[in-house]
Design a protein around this ligand. Structure first.
Ligand SMILES: Cc1cc2nc3c(=O)[nH]c(=O)nc-3n(C[C@H](O)[C@H](O)[C@H](O)COP(=O)(O)OP(=O)(O)OC[C@H]3O[C@@H](n4cnc5c(N)ncnc54)[C@H](O)[C@@H]3O)c2cc1C
Length: 441
């Protein structure tokens, strides 16, 4: 492998694989390097890939019998919990049932491996079937620069050269920092830690319990006591014969409150409502991974240099404005956009900074940056303790009163709501929150 590549991609996560697929289909000679034993070996996710970009990468993926995805979403639930109760917004709809689906649940080690195989197929059909590669078990230690332009990478004593490098290394973005594109220290309140367990059931038990039909699936997000007062939230997703259950927790808040993620997850699983939902299964995997908060201030100002582009969570491209965590779809789209920039650069034989800058322009015009910019207030709102502590307590206080029938005169709902507001917040605080919410959503 001593010849020069058109492009070297670092990291075979969703972003790197999406870039690789796009390059392979457009006859670009590339090397994709992954430090894990195989694509997906190091990857953790809750995880739903939202939207329909997957169908762009693997047309009609839903027909693939060896599919790397587990279930499609047709049932969504948002649950507010306090110490003893859970109050849910629940939405199920037939319109979710037709492909291309609006979201698919994946287990990353399986999904990334499957997508990597699809990239191998695309390489085999390209003009560079013998010259493009996915190389695993290799850690990229350095981006090689000549002046201000990236010219390749170094791993151990070996160097590989290319006209362009795409960094798709994920949230722990050491190479992006080394290239001078990200501040050395990202503030702890811009980062969360994710902890997740996979629990196995008899498939029929899982399907009956969660009302699943064929490959339909459910996503359930949790706000409130799930995190024991720490900033963040919880999730539960149904896979084929397992569930993924976990939390994302603000690192700074965890540190300030001196709590441990695994203790909070155990408490969440022991919550009276959750305990009933997950009973009887066997924990088969536990994992933890850092995740961006979706705070725009974490995104590097520039995502390019001469011959260099950064995509996916390496660029902190992620959003969680309350509806869903969107990291994998952002990784996929930004990987595609990075690859398209390189395809154009190669056609013009121009790998200058001016050409690379177009990537950032295209990213700004895409739904990724439009949504990140539009919903930044909502992201900030979720970090407000009123939102993740008081509101869930208030809603559940009201729920307990509203749904409990006593053989005595019943209060009007308005009066019950007044009592709940008084117990957990104030009308003034809620009006302020409501105004912020109305502006931000
Ligand atoms: C608990 C949890 C739940 C989540 N839930 C969801 C969800 O439901 N939906 C969603 O869309 N997103 C979710 N996310 C976020 C999502 O997982 C990420 O945004 C997404 O994986 C980012 O993709 P990526 O390709 O940029 O990075 P990654 O998936 O992290 O891939 C980076 C790859 O680069 C490799 N690598 C890194 N450094 C090097 C190096 N120096 N040399 C070689 N290889 C290297 C890594 O091994 C890895 O394979 C969740 C995250 C967590 C932690």
């Amino acid at each position: 492998m001593d010849e020069k590549f058109d492009c070297i991609i670092v990291g075979a996560g969703v972003a790197g694989l999406a870039a690789a697929m796009t390059l392979a289909r457009n006859n670009i000679k590339f090397l994709l390097i992954e430090k894990g034993e195989f694509a997906g070996a190091k990857n953790v996710s809750g995880g739903v890939i939202w939207g329909q970009d997957l169908a762009k990468l693997v047309p009609e993926y839903w027909k693939d019998e060896e599919a790397g995805w587990d279930r499609f979403i047709n049932h969504r639930r948002l649950t507010f919990i306090d110490e003893e109760s859970a109050f849910s917004l629940d939405f199920k709809s037939r319109h979710f049932n037709e492909p291309p689906y609006s979201g698919v649940i994946v287990l990353r080690s399986k999904f990334d491996r499957w997508l990597a195989n699809k990239v191998e197929d695309a390489i085999a059909e390209s003009e560079y079937s013998m010259d493009s590669f996915i190389a695993t078990n290799i850690l990229v230690e350095e981006i090689l620069m000549e002046g201000d332009k990236a010219v390749g990478i170094r791993t151990g004593d070996e160097k590989f050269y290319a006209d362009n490098v795409i960094i798709a290394e994920g949230v722990n973005n050491l190479l992006t920092r080394q290239a001078g594109l990200q501040d050395k220290y990202v503030p702890a309140d811009h980062i969360l830690t994710g902890v997740k367990e996979i629990i196995r059931y008899e498939r029929s038990v899982l399907e009956d319990r969660f009302q699943l039909n064929g490959l339909s699936g459910m996503s359930n997000e949790f706000v409130g006591y799930a995190t024991r007062g720490v900033e963040g939230g919880g999730f539960l997703y149904t896979n084929r014969d397992t569930i993924s259950i976990g939390l994302v927790l603000g690192l700074k808040d965890l540190r300030d409150k001196e709590l441990k993620p695994y203790d909070i997850l155990n408490d969440f699983k022991a919550h009276p409502v959750i305990k009933d939902t997950i009973r009887g299964g066997e924990v088969v995997e536990y994992s933890a991974h850092v995740v961006s908060s979706g705070d725009k201030r974490g995104i590097p100002e520039k995502l390019y240099k001469g011959g260099l582009l950064v995509c996916g969570e390496a660029a902190n491209l992620l959003m969680n404005a309350g509806k869903a965590i969107q990291g994998m779809d952002y990784a996929m789209r930004s990987g595609i956009l990075a690859a398209e920039t390189i395809i154009e650069a190669k056609s013009k034989n121009d790998f200058s900074i001016t050409q690379m800058k177009k990537y950032q322009g295209n990213l700004n015009n895409s739904y990724i940056m439009k949504d990140i910019n539009n919903f930044q207030d909502a992201v900030q709102l979720l970090h407000n303790p009123v939102m993740y502590q008081k509101v869930p307590s208030l809603i559940n206080h009201f729920g307990r009163n509203f749904f409990t029938i006593k053989n005595e005169p019943t209060k009007k709902s308005r009066e019950m709501m007044g009592e709940s507001v008084k117990a957990h917040s104030s009308y003034w605080e809620l009006i302020k929150l409501g105004l912020k919410g109305a502006r931000s959503l």
